[in-house]
Structure formats: C-alpha cells, structure tokens
Design a protein around this ligand. Structure first.
Ligand SMILES: NC(=O)c1ccc[n+]([C@@H]2O[C@H](COP(=O)([O-])OP(=O)(O)OC[C@H]3O[C@@H](n4cnc5c(N)ncnc54)[C@H](OP(=O)(O)O)[C@@H]3O)[C@@H](O)[C@H]2O)c1
Length: 300
C-alpha cells in the first residue's frame, strides 16, 4: 500500500517561476508546504524571497534537498535543459518529477524514460486554467500516472484544485493538448466573425446578443471580447507564443495519428503572424490583430 507523501517530513521543489509557477509557489507557501524554488532567471525569484520559500542556487542544489520536484516550464527543451543535463542526471536518482507544463504526450514519454533511466520516477500533471484559477485553487489538474503515484502525490496537487487521474503518462498531456486546441480554434473562429461584423458595420453588441442566446456561444468569447474591441493585449495570463507552441505540438501529434488538420494549420498561421508582428508576449487574444491584418493597418 503506497502512503501519501507527508509534507512535514519531505521538501518539495518547484522549477520555473514564470506566469504560472510564481502564483503556484505562492499558494504552496501560504499553505505551509516546505517549498524549495529555482528559476533560470534569478530576478523572477525575488517576489518569493520575503515569503519564506527556500531558494535553490541551482537545479542540483534543489534536487539534493527535495524528494519531489514539480516543473512549470515552457516546453520539453526547457525541462531537458533543467533536469536532463549530464550534470543534473545523477541527482535524479530516487527523485520524483511532476511535470506540470503543456508538452506533447510523446515528449512526456521520452522524458519519463530518461528520468527512469537515471533512477527517478515521473508523472505528468498539466493544468487547465490560468493565474486567477491558481490563486483560487481552481485549476483542473489532469494527472497521467500510476494509481499509486496519484495517491502518493495528491497532498501536493490538491493545493491547486481538484486533481483527476486521466490514465498513464501521456494521457493527461494528450487531453491538455486537446483542450488547448479548442482555445486556439474557438478564439480564432470568434475573432474572424467579430472582425467580419465590424467590417460589415454590424453593431458588436447586437452580434453578441444573438450569439449569447445561441448554442454557438462559448464563455471564452466574452472573456476575450473587450480586449479584442480595445486592441488591448497587455498583461497576459497566457501569451500568444505559448498558444502557438501548443498548436504546433497538437499538429505534430495529430498528423502522426492520421487526422486531417488543415483547419488548425490555418489557426497556427494566424498565431505565427501575430507573433511575428511583435505580439508573441501579448495575451493570445492578440490573434485578432492578425485576423484583421490589412484592415487594422488602415484603422491606425
Ligand atoms: N500561462 C497560463 O495561463 C498557462 C496555463 C496552463 C498551462 N500553461 C503552460 O505551463 C507552462 C508554463 O507557462 P507560463 O505561462 O508560466 O510560462 P512563462 O511565464 O513563459 O514561464 C516559463 C518558465 O520556463 C522557464 N524556461 C523557459 N525556457 C527555459 C530554458 N531553456 N531553461 C530553463 N528554464 C526555462 C522560464 O525561465 P526564465 O524566467 O528564466 O525565462 C520560466 O520560468 C507552459 O508549458 C504553458 O503552456 C500556461
């Protein structure tokens, strides 16, 4: 029988204090979880210094003191750079890595294999929701693991929301990408209709009134409407470049599965245009600027 971890006897590590990692760390510290944090860019650890978090000087320093290590990093390359360097590998022995960023299922499997070859164990726990859901403890935490790993690490994961075990490693990454495909496709579809009604001279509020009463409506439309109408993509929770990353991951996996992905290839193109026009770090609703294209230039 596998025992849940006892946070009064072990330390937990978190690598990556970006947009999501920072509030996740803050939440764990507020719950008195003994947390050790590390981030490549040291300045991003500053807000945590006064909160009682232990700051590691390197990944190896963190691995030496923590039995369980969460990663909230951009992509698989970043995870490799942090954990799978020649120097860090020996320190993975007897450690558990909980991968929480959005990566492809195939990448998750490869990382698991390498961590296990180094004597560690691995599970994935990607999340749906953003900074406000972290702060409210309402992330949807999708876990790809054995049932025993799920039970063991639940005391940590449940600080972020209600974790659900999806299946083995790979299953949660796949589900997360499927959901993000909807973020990209729904937002692009909405942006195109919004741009169209604006260009045709139909009142945006009239469009929304009809849409809200119909089965076509998705709440995400209203979440992004004001930003699009105002062309205001500052202070992102989820930047355009990360949505582009996720559409690319989805496309690669879906093509390998023999799915027809032309519609999503169009979405990716729009996100590429947005990123190339300087909106990579803006809120992903900036894809509306790319949808408007030449029209937008005329408005300026
Ligand atoms: N933002 C959201 O709403 C949201 C929601 C769900 C899931 N996600 C996913 O969660 C992950 C993190 O997202 P985020 O929004 O927190 O991203 P972010 O703000 O861009 O932070 C990315 C983190 O990864 C680190 N990093 C990137 N490349 C690295 C490398 N080569 N070596 C070492 N560290 C590296 C960054 O370190 P530096 O500070 O040194 O650059 C930073 O700590 C992504 O996979 C994203 O798709 C995001």
């Amino acid at each position: 029988m596998v025992q849940p971890i006892n946070i009064s006897t072990i330390k937990i590590g978190l690598i990556g204090t970006g947009l999501m990692g920072l509030p996740m760390a803050t939440r764990l510290i507020a719950a008195n979880v003994p947390l050790v944090v590390y981030n490549r860019t040291v300045e991003k650890l500053e807000p945590l210094r006064s909160t009682g978090a232990e700051i590691a000087t390197s990944v190896i320093d963190l691995l030496q003191s923590c039995q369980g290590v969460m990663t909230m990093l951009t992509n698989a390359d970043a995870i490799r750079e942090m954990l799978l360097s020649e120097e860090a590998r020996p320190y993975l022995n007897d450690r558990t890595v909980i991968q929480m960023g959005t990566i492809a299922p195939s990448q998750s499997h490869h990382i698991q294999d390498e961590i296990m070859a180094a004597g560690g164990t691995y599970l994935e726990a990607p999340v749906l929701g953003s900074i406000s859901e972290v702060n409210a403890g309402k992330l949807q935490v999708m876990v790809g693991s054995t049932p025993e790993q799920f039970d063991r690490w639940l005391p940590i994961l449940q600080h972020f929301g209600i974790p659900m075990r999806i299946g083995e490693v790979g299953s949660a990454s796949a589900l997360k990408l499927a959901l993000n495909q909807l973020i990209g496709s729904l937002t692009t579809a909405f942006a195109l209709s919004l741009g169209f009604v604006q260009a045709q001279g139909v009142e945006v509020e009239t469009f929304m009134q009809i849409l809200r009463k119909s089965a076509l409506y998705a709440p995400t439309f209203d979440k992004k409407l004001q930003r699009m109408v105002d062309n205001n993509y500052d202070h992102p929770n989820f930047p355009t470049k990360h949505l582009l990353k996720d559409m690319t991951l989805f496309l690669d996996e879906a093509i390998a599965l023999g799915l027809q992905v032309d519609s999503l290839a169009g979405v990716r193109k729009i996100l590429e245009i947005a990123c190339d026009s300087g909106l990579a770090d803006a809120d992903y609703s900036a894809l509306f600027a790319a949808v408007k294209g030449e029209r937008m230039k005329n408005e300026e």
